[in-house]
Design a protein around this ligand. Structure first.
Ligand code: UDX
Length: 433
């Protein structure tokens, strides 16, 4: 099939590469011509394992091309995916101006039947607005369908998530659209759920909010563990062994960040509110997440007393490992709070230094975890990158001004840290006697 994917962000690029590998002819369009130039030169603007290799392969065999020309890309495709950004506005609602702008441009370019598919995460009823926008701007007589096909791609494993999905959700209003999209996904051999458009839109928000709820829930339980002397790792293991609950997303820490969960929780609260439902449960999820980030700062204060003029070695900046993404990373609020108290921050992250420069100021960057910790008063571990797990604790202690570790992701072994002579604090875990 001939596909056009509008938006060369994380979702757009991964989808474009994967659809091309599945045997389609894909044009990926973006209005940012610098980005298109970069992609055409064989470079990838984001870090996602396997993505550079995938793009090289499908560009090389002619299955994928990049373009800044939306008009001709739409004209040459029957299937048009919209994967543009839907950032959160101040009030938590999703900013749909890019989606609307693209819908108008698509209408201007259409000369034959097309199916226009929302791939970006959007609030329920956006499909109706897209349909209306197209109808208002299209010359009469041109037929089209609108569909919703939400992505469920986790950063770091996005290609695998695309190629081996738990489910493919297709929200449609016509048999024609259903047939096109079912055929498109046939090579994946995945379970396909056909729904109406609104239900597909809500499936995406409801799924991500459920994940956020699981994380806030386990963080709340971690607080009770801490207060009672129980151990959250054992509690999570025991709870997750229930086949219905499952062990995923039961890791206590400093809460969820990233480009999806924070934005989707506030957008779902907002759209529910607009529709007349006060989603109190999700408001609590958000509040617990906020408190969890404060907790990292509080723990550091409990260990160091005064933060002013102390050097804190921050290990990990990205919102999770295997990505350079700093969007809504908990590290941002935590580092800002420490800097407000007068701390000096020396940070190390294996991938996110460049992206963090855009959102954090006055940070000294180190080349490795030991360099970050040299002469520091404490290590604050904020992202559970694998390389921190294997750190040489004896060497680390020898380098630091005082042997303090706040492990806000429960990555290190408390007994090992104690044995190495560290004052060690983590989230909801029982400390060895
Ligand atoms: C998420 C969804 O998982 C994916 O389905 C959706 O399409 C996009 O949003 P992503 O943002 O890549 O994916 O990250 P995810 O792996 O879900 O992690 C989100 C945040 O939750 C991270 O900050 C992570 O550190 C945190 N998290 C996750 C926990 O704190 N504990 C856990 O047990 C799991």
């Amino acid at each position: 099939m001939n596909l056009c994917i509008i938006g060369a962000g994380h979702v757009g690029l991964v989808s474009a590469g994967c659809f091309a590998r599945m045997g389609n002819k894909v044009v990926c369009v973006d209005s940012d011509l610098e980005k298109i130039k970069l992609l055409e030169s064989g470079r990838t603007p984001i870090y996602e394992p396997g993505l550079s290799e995938l793009l090289e392969e499908v560009v090389g065999n002619g299955a994928l091309e990049f373009s800044g020309d939306l008009d001709s890309a739409v004209k040459s495709s029957e299937v048009v995916f919209v994967a543009v950004g839907t950032p959160a506005k101040e009030d938590g609602t999703a900013d749909l101006s890019y989606v609307e702008g693209v819908a108008c441009q698509i209408a201007g370019a259409m000369d034959s039947y097309k199916i226009i598919i929302e791939k970006s995460t959007v609030p329920v009823q956006t499909g109706e607005w897209i349909k209306r926008t197209l109808s208002l701007n299209l010359p009469s007589g041109i037929d089209f369908d609108v569909a919703s096909n939400p992505e469920f791609l986790r950063e770091g494993t996005a290609i695998e998530d695309f190629m081996k999905p738990d489910r493919v959700v297709i929200g449609v209003e016509s048999k024609r659209a259903e047939d096109i999209l079912t055929k498109l996904y046939e090579p994946l051999n995945a379970e396909i759920l056909i729904t109406d458009i609104k239900s597909a839109e809500i499936i995406k928000h409801a799924s991500n909010c459920f994940l956020a709820m699981k994380i806030s829930y386990i963080n709340a339980v971690a607080n009770v563990c801490e207060l009672s002397g129980a151990d959250i790792e054992l509690v999570s293991a025991g709870v997750g062994m229930d086949k219905i609950i499952r062990p995923d997303f039961l890791k206590a820490g400093i809460g969820y960040g990233g480009s999806c969960l924070p934005k989707d929780v506030s957008a779902f609260i907002a759209i529910a509110g607009e529709l007349g439902y006060d989603f109190e449960l999700l408001k609590a999820v958000e509040e617990i997440n906020r408190q969890q980030q404060e907790k990292a700062v509080r723990k550091l204060k409990e260990m160091l007393w005064i933060i002013k003029d102390k050097t804190i070695a921050v290990w990990g900046l990205s919102f999770k490992p295997e990505t350079d993404d700093m969007r809504d990373a908990p590290s941002i609020k935590i580092i800002n709070a420490l800097q407000e108290e007068g701390a000096r921050i020396r940070a190390y992250d294996p991938a996110a230094v460049e992206s963090s420069r855009k959102v954090l100021q006055n940070i000294e960057y180190a080349a490795d975890p030991y360099e970050a910790a040299a002469g520091a008063n404490a290590v604050l571990l904020l992202t559970e990158w694998k390389e921190f797990k294997n750190v040489d604790l004896a060497k680390l202690k020898g380098l630091m001004a005082s042997p303090v570790i706040v492990d806000a992701r429960n990555l290190l072994n408390p007994a090992d840290a104690k044995k190495a002579g560290f004052e060690y604090s983590s989230i909801g875990r029982k400390m060895p006697e």
